[in-house]
Design a protein around this ligand. Sequence first.
Ligand SMILES: [Zn+2]
Length: 110
Amino acid sequence: MSSFQQSIASVRQCVYCGKSVPSNHPHCPHCREVVPKVRLAPAPTAVKGGQIRRGFLYMLLGLVIHFVALRSDSLNLPFSVNPTVTYLATMLFLGGLGLALYGFVSKVTA
Ligand SMILES: [Zn+2]
């Protein structure tokens, strides 16, 4: 590491007054504002297998909603369930299945 890179690493610029601040100081010595820490590393990426897990959770949610919508008469619910909820739950299940399959295929081909 060159001395120029070391000076960049040890000194940063205050976002309020523009003067240089040592990187180990949480406050600017000139204007006394809190200098936020800047993270130069890339943002954490999505967890591996996240799409597969999310797809299975959507499928499970679709199944639960479909079950409740079909058994709403025998479950003595205090509200009536619209019949379109059954179709929407089926669409949620199929969407979750598609997401899980996409995650599986992208995991296999990667
Ligand atoms: Zn400052």
